[in-house]
Design a protein around this ligand. Structure first.
Ligand code: PLP
Ligand code: TYF
Length: 396
């Protein structure tokens, strides 16, 4: 039966973890996968999460099947977080939100739904993007092309190229956009650039799909969410996938959501009914624990405040590491303008190092980053940063 099955290539990022774990170097540093660790190099268990779990364990509940679209209080809390509980679009019932298996699950639900709705559409992702974007939309049956994004020469965004590509795309083209903290480059559009993107999308009849995997890691929860509000105010119909993997440090619980903004409550009802069909034929209904934790935190003023503070702490520590990296690289003798490191947002820095240099970093120094040159600055800490800076200098 399986004689003709070929070995599939490893995930370029998750595959690095296996290599890292097998490396006997005691000084090894994992800057590959996008996971936040604290200054002790530990994956944090947020206090708000522990408190919610304590509450839950003190009043243990039997676990029946959840509704197909997930915990009602969770969906409502996510909608409030992403769009604002008081926004007229929310109050008008124009936004359907369904619990999903992580941000990846939210993207896949949206992709499967869109395939049924508009089977001949093309999908555009940024060049470069999170590797899984292409794979995921291709596996849903779409041809996937790219829009220009990273401008290596100027260490920023190739905005003219992006706009030109959108302008030349057919109506109905699905455009996947990183709402904040672009993975892998760390470069985000400015407010004015978002306005222009929205105008072009609107004029061309394109379908926006926002991927929000790092809300709160850029400038703040509300600040990072402003992009979603801009789309909402434009009157467009669009998709938003949400991930709480990073913002709640709940990677393994697979907590996410898909929200679909439509034109009326009536339309939203029909859209949700079709979305539920996609869910039912994939996994029937979602799991309880992680979403219950997030709902408990978001719906309790006290725990929510705790979460906002803990998220701010993660964001501030990442910013501190960016400044420290600039300082340590300079101290190690790296010349030139390093300000791009502090201009980038979120967990990642596109270092500009090439694949050969990244491979040397791994082989000679035990510093694991992605071959694209991406390093996870959220995994730097006061104990490893000097060594990392010296290693980078050595391979330059
Ligand atoms: N989208 C982007 C841009 C990501 O970096 C990630 C990272 O994991 C995801 C989506 C997926 O999130 P999750 O781990 O919740 O599935
Ligand atoms: O880009 C990252 O590192 C994170 C984690 O297939 C990740 O988004 C990486 C690869 C993957 C799933 C998650």
């Amino acid at each position: 039966l399986f004689a003709s099955v070929e070995m599939a290539p490893r995930d370029p990022i998750l595959g690095l973890n296996e290599q890292f774990n097998a490396d006997p170097n005691p000084k090894k540093v994992n800057l590959g996968v996008g996971v936040y660790t604290d200054d002790q190099g530990k994956l944090p268990l947020l206090k708000c999460v522990a408190a919610a779990e304590k509450q839950m364990s003190e009043a243990p509940k039997a676990r029946g099947y959840l509704p197909i679209d997930g915990i009602v209080a969770y969906d409502k809390a996510v909608r409030g977080l992403v769009f604002g509980a008081e926004h007229p679009a929310v109050k008008a019932g124009r936004i359907a939100t369904a619990q999903a298996i992580g941000g990846t699950g939210g993207l896949k639900l949206g992709a499967d739904f869109l395939k049924r709705l508009n089977p001949d559409a093309q999908v555009l992702i940024s060049d470069p993007s999170w590797e899984n974007h292409r794979a995921l939309f291709e596996s849903a049956g779409f041809p996937v092309d790219v829009y220009p994004y990273y401008d290596a020469a100027n260490r920023g965004i190739h905005f003219d190229g992006l706009i030109a590509k959108l302008k030349s795309s057919k109506a109905g083209t699905i455009v996947l956009l990183h709402a904040c903290c672009h993975n892998p480059t760390g470069y985000d559009l400015t407010d004015a650039q978002w306005d222009e993107v929205i105008a072009v999308i609107q004029a061309g009849g394109l379908v926006p799909f926002l991927d929000m995997a790092y809300q709160g890691f850029g400038n703040g929860i509300a600040e990072d969410g402003q992009v979603v509000i801009k789309f909402l105010e434009s009157g467009l119909s669009f998709f938003v996938s949400t991930s709480f993997s990073k913002s709640f440090s709940l990677y393994g619980e697979r907590v996410g959501a898909l929200s679909i903004v439509s034109e009326s409550a009536e339309e939203s009802g029909r859209v949700l009914s079709q979305l539920k069909r996609v869910i039912r034929t994939n996994y029937s209904n979602p799991p309880t624990h992680g979403a219950q934790v997030v709902a408990t935190v978001l719906n309790s003023p006290e725990l929510r405040k705790m979460w906002e503070d803990e998220l701010a702490e993660m964001r501030d520590r990442i910013k501190l590491m960016r400044t420290a990296l600039v300082k340590e690289l300079s101290a190690a003798g790296v010349q030139g303008d390093l300000s791009y490191i502090t201009r980038q947002k979120g967990m990642f820095s596109y270092s500009g190092l090439n694949a050969a240099q990244m491979q040397r970093l791994r082989a000679e120094f035990g510093v694991y980053g992605v071959d694209s040159g991406r390093i996870c600055v959220a995994a730097l800490n006061s104990g490893n940063i000097q060594g990392v800076a010296a290693a980078i200098k050595a391979v330059m």
